[in-house]
Design a protein around this ligand. Sequence first.
Ligand code: NAI
Ligand SMILES: O=C(O)C1=NCCCC1
Length: 318
Amino acid sequence: RWRDYVSRLAWERLGIGRGKSGHLIPRLEDALAKFSRRDSAEVVQPVRTTVALQKHRGFLGMMPCYMENDGVLCTKLVCFYNREEGSTLPPVQATVVLLDPEYGNVKAVMEGEVITCMRTAAVSAISAKLLMRPGTEVLAILGSGQQARSHYTVFTEIFSFKEVRVWSRTREGAERFCRSVAGPVIVCGSAEEAVRGADAIVTVTGSTEPVLCGHWVKPGAHVAAVGACRPDWRELDDALMKEAVVYADSREGATAESGDVILSGVEVFAELGDVLNGTKAAHREKTTVFKSLGMGVEDAVSAKLVFDKWNAYTTSQL
Ligand SMILES: NC(=O)C1=CN([C@@H]2O[C@H](COP(=O)(O)OP(=O)(O)OC[C@H]3O[C@@H](n4cnc5c(N)ncnc54)[C@H](O)[C@@H]3O)[C@@H](O)[C@H]2O)C=CC1
Ligand SMILES: O=C(O)C1=NCCCC1
């Protein structure tokens, strides 16, 4: 889409995504660590408020965040849908609004899909940095949409996989994905074939039922589970949830919104921020699941980065 193309170009032109995910990953690590300290001068971020758009099989999520010490006030409005196979409508549409916390005026209104794709992939990469075993060789991606593409980009930029595999519910989807990314990918005929022996697995599907079974997963593998962000949606089965040490971006978010956490009845062991703060262990030696729900603070620091880069760029053109 034209809008997607322009945003991506702007993102690259501003140098945010260039090389080792540019400046985004350190800012997100800092934000995750601040969030987990639960200091209201650092981050105030309620659990996402969600309104069901029943007629359209979708949801509106509202994601405000205030970072008093950093002077950042932001909210994202995101609509996400459980689309029919073959639908050409966008699965996620988002707008990010950056405000001045002192006066309340709007500083910028930003297209939020690229921010959502890049920050989600970057946070999954942080989970892999913290929880993946050293010497990993094989990455498997389940799903072939926009999150699959952003995860491919960030993961192959940061880690040196010998093999990347993709599975999608249609072969055409997987083949389209291969044509859209910059490196080699092996198309697999089933999710099981894709994940058998994989060291890292990313689940980025719109599925509401498990697509990944525990008994396929190599012991010690790391799973970044990005889809299934509703309390009755699943991507991972109970066997995997019970076998793994489960991490999340937000404990409150995971226990309110994640079907994989709620319906399997497992405990979230730690937030990524706890590991970054050194208050909880990174169990690299075990099978680990990072359950990603997405947080307003991730959008806030990403939007601030875009805004600052944009200001610097426009000033340099004067
Ligand atoms: N954790 C987070 O922060 C975020 C999570 N998401 C979620 O990530 C998931 C992927 O998002 P996008 O890539 O933007 O969507 P997309 O529509 O571009 O891609 C979805 C992929 O899932 C596949 N899929 C859909 N239903 C399926 C099923 N029943 N079984 C197997 N595969 C199925 C599709 O064929 C497609 O390959 C969605 O669930 C979305 O809500 C999106 C943004 C942020
Ligand atoms: O954090 C986000 O942004 C989203 N999370 C779950 C569903 C789609 C958007």
